[in-house]
Design a protein around this ligand. Structure first.
Ligand code: SF4
Ligand code: SF4
Ligand code: SF4
Ligand code: FES
Length: 946
């Protein structure tokens, strides 16, 4: 398998409808107006030597290697900074140019170590290549002058080295950090010979502002910034394009390999979601795939107090099938169910829900999206007619006002955040609605026009107050409403929001947001040009999560911000395949494509395809499964890729439910918290070990390609298929492509999707006869449901209230370097940044309680308590505390409650009344956590097959 080669055109592409024709070395070339001579030349297949230019960055013109001659012009202009002109005649080769280029190269090489043979970049070094291209044969100045060769390497970052002795001060790293990533962590310090690259205030990378996105490493044309994995293992020799398995941005990468070992992950420039960029997780945090904690053999045990016993796949699968059949014979066919995972591929989740519906004979299938974006499904379905974001990511380039509600893109969706920041630096305005002062509120060259720092739990009141201003101040786009929406529904809604009780002044006391800020933000969104809303779990994970989603949809319809580029309503999906797991019918009430199980026409499609009768009644949701387990009527569960004992709320109730079951099957990479209650463990495959698709937040169906064989010997879809066959319902797929063919046959929005098509490029669903190349922007001209539906959004305060015992509000979220329950990222170098969950507190709340920075504190709610250390910060308002949930020893979900969204049961993670008090250290339970964990993960030393 060869390396996937990407051409570097030197400067970025230019979008212009005016085309310009010129000749380069006698060849006629036609390119868009504004294109550089360098890019035009590359497009004609004529390579011009370069060092400071790369097509990920604007041209800079500092190295003077790329000189050309242009007839009629004096001198030798730099081709990277010279735009094409009609009729221009360019010459890229001449004796004069050769001499000039060699002279420049001589200067670079005279201050560069001559260790090419032992350099980590050997064979893949632009400096080395360019020296060859310009024909450098000698360095007349010698190598003994003053130089930088003794500069020390900074190896502080866990993933890359900075060796300044090899730096040619081309500024590509500095510009990548600014233009691509938007962090501005690097500078060129000093002048002339003293010039050097510095992180922050000339500090180690690890302690600087650097967020380890790796854009500078990718941009560096030498070995100055280099992945440690390349230093240790050598240059890769083949590569495979695949998709990141972390967040819902869905970045494409080249997995660069040597044999069956990954050497590095390089963001793919043709990736339609990431355009060659990445974050620290996707680029660097893949080491968990080889972590010694990985379980690679199936295991069973009779009781959860027994040690695990390694068995063959055959024994494990037969055991699962006989246990599930035994339970169904004893307690009825509804006594077992499945939980699918948004970490798994669309094909895998399709198969797991099919297992429930066709092999178990019930609709007891639910997914982790229950606890994150189920309100999105409900809310956007009710208002627009389908459960999905309306735009592609590129759309943000045309936004004038960007509204971020209950999302923290720089931590949770970093590559899209970089894109958004770029647009903001170009002048778009920003409104942030969030209890915390997230990084976007103020960053280098980015500042929000409005930050509505609302009290947790008051989203609906703020959103309705924004609508009040838009309606009562006459800012509604009446043409859009009259042409595109249900006008009766609009009239009812307009009357509702116009009520003075919804005014910013009337709601200020409840929301904590000054009325003038709400009014200003509403006016800006309604009148500032293209307005785009991006929201996250800070909207959905509330008792009124679905109401808030509908309130957002109302705002977009009222202002006409739908159905074109630059606008829209965009849920930022947390996990890689949240969209796909929902699309694939993982919910108990819906078959694939969001079609209700009660619909006989839809059931008929699957009954014909699967040869079974499908129950028209929705099955159990996760909380109902756990309730039924405690009541003794639900006894068997197959959980693929989820850790509900850590990620779901009210852990005591979750574990009580799991403990009450007779056969819990966990299918995962590691023995997670849920596995403590499991009777069967099936070893899962990492994304590097599987083929399939992940569907990102833009509805884009990205191919995931296997780069190595599953370490357990069996792919995840094969294990599900084997369980089904063992239970007597036959499945005989040859591979994920065949599963996708079945999805396309039975799901109208996927009718045009096939692996052959996806090999030509990722498409966004709907992809069918009406939209053969997919649908980047939804609801153009007409909503999926016909007329847009305004929904009344009465604000109902949550029952979770502060009081004398629990006077603070806890809200939870993620941090850049960690991912969800941390099962993957905790097993990588990312622990360098977030080795434990901390409790963010306002200094005022801390001093009232005698708490100092770094003190251990006890965090208590009515459901439980835990201890962690305090981080004092004004990012949170007084009265609000915040923590992450990445480390099982913290057990943040011990304190979250069983309150949930009224429509979907999505837990109210974002609002828990708590008290915080000083304590001496970790609780006894936490101190012994690791010992308990080791004990419960005991594996008996019995060889496979015995
Ligand atoms: S890794 Fe990313 S954030 Fe850090 S210096 Fe490089 S470009 Fe900037
Ligand atoms: S570190 Fe690399 S990219 Fe940055 S200035 Fe030096 S050579 Fe150029
Ligand atoms: S932004 Fe998301 S998809 Fe992209 S590399 Fe980071 S974690 Fe992966
Ligand atoms: S590549 Fe054009 S000046 Fe450096």
């Amino acid at each position: 398998m060869p390396m996937v080669q990407e051409i570097d055109y030197g400067t970025p592409p230019v979008a212009s409808e005016t085309m310009v024709t010129l000749t380069i070395d006698g060849h006629a070339v036609t390119v868009p107006e504004g294109t550089s001579v360098m890019r035009a030349s590359m497009e004609a297949g004529i390579k011009i030597p370069k060092l400071c230019a790369t097509d990920m960055l604007d041209s800079f013109g500092s190295c003077r290697i790329c000189l050309v001659e242009i007839e009629g012009r004096a001198g030798t202009p730099a081709s990277c900074t010279t735009p094409v002109a009609p009729g221009m005649k360019v010459h890229t080769v001449s004796d004069r140019l050769r001499k000039l280029r060699r002279g420049v190269m001589e200067l670079y090489i005279s201050d560069h170590p001559l260790d090419c043979l032992t350099c980590s970049a050997n064979g893949n070094c632009e400096l080395q290549d360019t020296a060859g291209e310009v024909g450098l044969r000698e360095v007349r100045y010698g190598y003994d002058g003053i130089n930088h060769l003794s500069a020390l390497t900074d190896a502080s970052n866990p993933y890359f080295n900075f060796d300044p002795s090899k730096c040619i001060v081309c500024s590509r790293c500095v510009r990548a950090c600014e233009e691509v990533q938007g962090t501005f962590a690097l500078t060129i310090q000093g002048r002339g010979f003293e010039s050097k690259v510095a992180a922050g205030m000339d500090e180690p990378f690890l302690t600087s502002e650097c967020v380890s996105c790796g854009a500078c490493v990718q941009a560096c044309p030498t070995a100055t910034l280099m992945e440690k994995s390349v230093v240790e293992m050598g240059q890769p020799e083949h590569s495979v394009v695949t998709t990141c398995a972390y967040c819902g941005v869905g970045c494409n990468f080249k997995a660069e390999m040597r044999g069956d070992q990954v050497i590095r992950m390089v963001p793919w420039k043709d990736g339609k979601a990431n355009h060659g960029h990445s974050c620290v997780k996707g680029r660097f945090a893949w080491g968990y795939a080889n972590h010694p904690d990985r379980i690679t053999k199936p295991m069973v045990r009779a009781k959860i107090t027994d040690p695990w016993r390694e068995v063959s796949w055959e024994e494990a699968i037969n055991h699962v099938a006989s246990e599930f059949r035994r339970i169904q014979a004893k307690a009825g066919k509804d006594a077992i169910g499945v939980i699918t995972s948004s970490r798994c591929t669309a094909e895998e989740t399709y198969l797991v829900q099919k297992l429930a519906r066709a092999a178990f004979g019930n609709n007891n299938t639910d997914t982790c999206a229950r606890v994150c974006h189920s309100p999105t499904g409900y809310g956007l379905g009710k208002t627009f007619g389908t459960s999905a974001g309306t735009q592609d990511f590129d759309s943000v380039d045309e936004s004038d006002v960007i509204v971020v509600i209950g999302a923290n893109p720089t931590d949770a969706h970093p590559v899209f955040a970089s894109r958004m920041k770029k647009r903001l630096r170009q002048g778009a305005k920003l409104i942030v609605v969030d209890p915390r002062r997230i990084d976007l509120v103020r960053q280098p060259h980015v500042e929000a026009s409005y930050h509505l720092a609302l009290r947790p739990g008051t989203n609906v009141a703020v959103l309705t107050a924004l609508a009040h201003v838009i309606v009562t101040e006459g800012l509604v786009d009446r043409t859009f409403v009259e042409e595109r929406c249900d006008t009766d529904a609009y009239a009812d809604w307009a009357e509702f929001v116009s009520d003075p009780r919804h005014s910013p002044e009337a709601t200020e006391a409840a929301t904590g947001v000054p009325a003038d800020l709400v009014r200003g933000a509403a006016r800006l969104y309604a009148t500032g040009g293209n307005g785009a809303i991006y929201y996250g779990l800070g909207v959905t994970e509330h008792s009124q999560g679905s109401t808030a989603v509908m309130a957002i949809a109302n705002l977009a319809m009222a202002t006409g911000n739908l159905g074109r580029r630059g606008v829209g309503v965009n849920p930022l999906r947390g996990q890689n395949n949240v969209q796909g797991s929902c699309d694939m019918g993982s919910f108990p009430h819906e078959l694939p494509g969001y079609r209700h199980v009660a619909n006989p026409e839809v059931r008929a499609i699957y009954e014909a395809e699967w040869g079974v009768t499908i129950n028209p009644e929705p099955g159990l949701r996760i909380p109902n499964m756990l309730d039924a387990a405690v009541q003794g009527t639900f006894l068997g569960l197959y959980v693929q890729g989820e850790d509900i004992a850590q990620s779901d709320p009210d852990v005591k109730h979750v574990t009580a439910g799991l403990r009450a079951m007779e056969c819990v099957v966990v299918h995962d990479l590691f023995l997670n918290e849920t596995a403590n209650f499991a009777h069967v463990f099936l070893p899962g495959a990492t994304f590097l070990e599987k083929d399939g698709t992940f569907i990102n937040a833009e509805r884009r169906i990205n191919l995931v390609r296997k780069v190595m064989e599953p370490r357990s010997g069996m792919g995840d879809w094969e294990a599900t298929q084997a369980i089904s066959n063992a239970m007597g319902y036959p499945m005989h797929y040859d591979g994920p492509a065949e599963i996708m063919a079945e999805i396309a046959r039975t799901t109208p929005t996927f009718a045009g999707v096939s692996y052959e098509k996806l090999e030509q490029g990722a498409v966004q669903w709907p992809c069918n006869d009406a939209a053969p190349e997919g649908t980047p922007i939804m609801h153009i001209g007409k909503f999926v449901r016909g007329k847009g539906n305004f929904v009344i959004t009465e604000y109902v305060p949550t029952d979770e209230k502060v009081g004398p015992r629990y006077p603070l509000l806890l809200t939870t979220g993620r941090i850049l370097s960690q991912y969800n329950v941390g099962a993957q990222t905790r097993r990588t170098g990312n622990v360098a940044w977030h080795a434990e969950d901390l409790l963010e507190m306002h200094p005022h709340d801390a001093s009232e309680r005698g708490i100092n920075e770094g003190d251990w504190v006890r965090l208590r709610s009515r459901t439980g308590e835990t201890t962690l250390r305090a981080l004092l910060t004004e990012r949170v308002a007084p009265g609000v505390v915040y923590t992450t949930f990445h480390h099982p020893v913290t057990q943040a979900n011990v304190v979250t409650t069983d309150y949930s969204d009224w429509a979907t049961n999505c837990p109210e993670y974002k609002v828990t009344a708590v008290q915080v008090s000083p304590t001496n250290g970790q609780s006894e339970w936490q101190k012994t956590y690791h010992a308990h964990a080791v004990e419960s993960r005991r594996i008996e030393a019995v060889p496979v097959g015995d």
